[in-house]
Design a protein around this ligand. Structure first.
Ligand code: PHE
Length: 447
């Protein structure tokens, strides 16, 4: 007998879960360092453009697909294409991308957990930049410690996802998301009142377009998808637990807006702090692990604020990590008939194993390179900059050319749509969105 699908209990907690998926390491760890590397606010403008054009349509598109089919991404494409053709492969691409993303995502999330403790234990080594860099280098090059924290993070994700939608995802997002917001506000007040904070604010809000390259545009696009959890079916999966009454358009707007505001606020926490201590914004992925501890050292109650920051980072990562694991687990539950328990345990194990070379690529596997990228960067580069945008292109083409804009509009609960809406959406999903994304990908490939 078929079991009925579990649904979100309340709209507000569905939105919290979707915002939780969107707000993650992407906002707090990746957004600040790619902004730092690509010239600050000019990069942010390009990123905001992609959030509006690609991101918002992507969130609404994915939620609508998932809700219409009430299935995981693979099942969604299969079902909505009348179980014919190869569209289900778009879903498979999503599940694979999710797999890859979670494997290295969990490594960085593990660093965040380790730094909650290091903020106390190694506090006195953080008095100068050199000391903080040393602590981070010693930690990430150690073959064992980061793996233990990667394992802890995967274990925590699994323990939440195994309980299902209402007692797992909904219950934990309900606790974690409000905590996240409170910590963010405390940190924001602290950072903006640091001496010299103004330069960080300037860096975020005064554009210098000479720094924008093709590569920067591709990174901005990839990040717009990554930060909104798009292109791999996370929003399809969360949408599949929605009932037919929910207003998807307003939910999509709230999700995209909250994610963007939280990314900018995280920038407002981090850059004033970086500039206040004379740090360099373009140092790359280690930005928040090497520079922020020094900032915390020099402020009153530094241990407290340091712990708060890394708890914040960890919570943000956890609410995203569970959404990725849910995609992978839901695929095996819906399509292969596995129990939730079996699916979660097996997938967690495999993702953990795939994360091992990523973790080691900062130490003993440092010299193992392909396309001049180590294993960690390779996973991130292909999944975030190609896998996700490609997933969005396929979703968009599917909505316009296969499922049909009229079905899409019906799913949005719009009765008797105006012609202009139909034509507008056809142009958007049929040409504008896929065209824009493909042009950016192709230009990057040949530049
Ligand atoms: N959106 C998450 C972040 O910003 C990452 C993520 C990507 C989550 C893809 C789900 C799917 O950190």
């Amino acid at each position: 007998m078929e079991k009925s699908r579990e649904h979100w209990r309340y709209r507000i907690w569905f939105i919290a879960a979707a915002v939780g998926s969107a707000v993650g390491l992407g906002n707090v760890w990746k957004f600040p360092y790619i902004t730092g590397e690509n010239g600050g606010s000019a990069f942010i403008l390009v990123y905001l453009f992609f959030i509006v054009v690609v991101g918002l349509s992507g969130v609404i598109g994915e939620l609508a697909l998932g809700r219409a089919a009430q299935l995981n991404p693979v099942g969604t494409y299969y079902q909505l294409s009348d179980r014919k053709g190869f569209w289900y492969l778009a879903g498979i691409l999503g599940v694979i991308t999710g797999f890859v993303i979670l494997s290295y995502y969990s490594v960085v999330a593990g660093w965040a957990i380790a730094y909650i403790f290091k903020s106390v234990k190694d506090f006195y080594d953080f008095s100068e930049a050199a000391g903080a860099t040393q602590v981070f280098t010693d930690f990430k090059t150690n073959p064992l410690a980061p793996l233990v924290f990667h394992g802890i993070f995967m274990f925590l994700c699994a323990s939440i996802v195994v309980s299902g939608v209402q007692s797992g995802l909904e219950k934990w997002n309900k606790i974690l998301m409000p905590s996240l917001l409170i910590i963010l506000l405390v940190l924001l007040l602290r950072s903006l009142t640091l001496p010299g904070a103004g330069r960080g604010v300037e860096f975020l809000f005064q554009p210098d377009f000479s720094k924008i390259s093709f590569k920067a545009v591709l990174i901005a696009l990839g990040h717009a998808c990554f930060t909104l959890s798009l292109g791999m079916g996370a929003m399809i999966t969360y949408g599949s637990y929605l009932n037919s009454r929910e207003n998807i358009v307003s939910a999509g707007i709230v999700i995209a807006a909250c994610d963007t505001v939280i990314a900018l606020l995280a920038g407002l926490v981090i850059f004033p702090a970086v500039f206040a201590t004379g740090g360099e914004p373009g140092v790359g992925p280690s930005l928040i692990f090497e520079i922020l501890p020094v900032v915390f050292y020099h402020m009153p109650l530094g241990i407290f604020f340091g712990c708060c920051f890394f708890i914040f980072l960890f919570i943000a990562a956890l609410t995203s990590g569970i959404s990725i694991l849910e995609v992978v687990a839901a695929y095996f539950i819906d399509e292969k008939g596995w129990s939730r328990r079996k699916s979660v345990i097996l997938m967690t194990g495999i993702i953990f194993l795939l994360g091992i070379p990523s973790s080691l690529s900062f130490g003993i596997l440092e010299n193992l390179k392909l396309f001049n990228l180590n294993f960690f960067d390779l996973m991130d580069h292909f999944a975030a900059n190609y896998g996700l945008p490609l997933g969005i292109v396929l979703m968009s083409i599917f909505i316009n050319w296969h499922w049909g804009v009229r079905n899409f509009i019906k799913e949005l609960n719009v009765r008797s749509p105006k012609k202009i809406l139909v034509v507008g959406l056809k142009v958007l999903f049929g040409f504008l969105l896929p065209g824009l994304v493909l042009v950016v990908i192709i230009c990057q490939l040949f530049s």
